[in-house]
Design a protein around this ligand. Structure first.
Ligand SMILES: O=P(O)(O)O[C@H]1[C@H](O)[C@@H](O)[C@H](O)[C@@H](O)[C@@H]1O
Ligand SMILES: [Mg+2]
Ligand SMILES: [Mg+2]
Length: 296
């Protein structure tokens, strides 16, 4: 059978690596070279989006344009949902058409502060189903990939989630997100307290949703959950987790409900048991959906 999306996936891997090189040269320069740092004053200019801690740089915008241009040349009819294009006013609606879902720098706050976890995330959906996901963790130089039904890989090596079924023997990843609304922060802390006091072995966060999900897929943490993420944070990572044997869910009711890429809520875990336990412990508030027209 003809593998219709393999060419697109190969293109995504190349684009993610090239984009990662742009991000990483910027990030490494921030770590090591004060003189170049000053010379790059403009490039380091940090702007804000939905809140004073929702950061964006010219590198985010430049990298997204690089990826979109290169895809357009090869696949002129495909559509895009890109984090920085949506911030600039493009619509954020997932249709049945082949759609590239791009987070040019996942972990912009890390990037700005030279905290060494930054990823380029490219998901590709058809009929609203993710067909492949590519996450390039550029400072670690690790390429995570997954094709629907064909497994998940890191640099070509198969990935498998952890087989730990006991949440008390687990590490859980999460993030605080970019809302500083006191009510939302209270809810995030109350969920965190409940999870921590199960008790779990530990709670971690890499500062990027995509890398947190690759950590689940690699078996380094048993689960990742977050409320407030966006479709571009999770499209690629969600397939990498499920193809590594993990489960994905929303945070509704007792069993979470099916993952909804636009709902801004996710639990990604090694097993249903651990995912459902997290759902029971967290406060399931609902930020405005990504496809809600008046969310900005
Ligand atoms: O760095 P970006 O692409 O803005 O994504 C981050 C997101 O904005 C935060 O809410 C999450 O907590 C991070 O995990 C994301 O990766
Ligand atoms: Mg992101
Ligand atoms: Mg981003």
């Amino acid at each position: 059978m003809v593998d219709v999306w393999q060419t697109a996936m190969d293109h995504a891997v190349g684009a993610a690596r090239r984009a990662g090189q742009v991000c990483c040269s910027g990030a490494l320069i921030r770590c090591v070279d004060q003189v170049v740092r000053e010379a790059l004053q403009d490039d380091r200019k940090v702007m804000t989006k939905s809140s004073s801690v929702d950061l964006v740089t010219q590198t985010d915008q430049k990298v997204e344009q690089l990826i979109i241009q290169s895809v357009k040349e090869k696949f002129p009819t495909h559509r895009f949902i890109g984090e920085e294009s949506v911030a600039a006013g493009e619509s954020c609606v997932l249709t049945d058409a082949p759609t590239w879902i791009i987070d040019p720098i996942d972990g912009t706050t890390n990037f700005v502060h030279a905290f060494p976890f930054v990823a380029v995330s490219i998901g590709f959906s058809v009929n609203k189903q993710v067909e492949f996901g590519v996450v390039f963790s550029c400072l670690e130089d690790k390429m995570f990939t997954a094709r629907r039904g064909k497994g998940a890989f890191c640099d070509g090596e198969p990935l498998q989630v952890s087989d730990q079924e006991d949440i008390k023997q687990s590490i859980i990843a999460t993030e605080f997100g970019s809302s500083r609304d006191p009510e939302a922060v209270d809810r995030i802390f109350s969920s965190l307290r409940n999870v921590l006091c199960i008790p779990v072995h530990g709670v971690r966060g890499a500062g990027t949703a995509a890398i947190n999900m690759c950590l689940v897929a690699s078996g380094c943490v048993e689960a990742y959950y977050e409320i407030g993420i966006h479709v571009w944070d999770i499209a690629a990572g969600s397939l990498i987790v499920s193809e590594a044997g993990g489960v994905l869910m929303d945070v509704d009711g007792k069993d979470g409900g099916p993952l909804d890429l636009m709902s801004r809520r996710i639990v990604a875990a090694n097993s249903r048991t651990i995912a459902e336990r997290i759902v029971r412990e967290i406060d399931a508030f609902g930020p405005p959906r990504d496809d809600e027209p008046l969310r900005r």
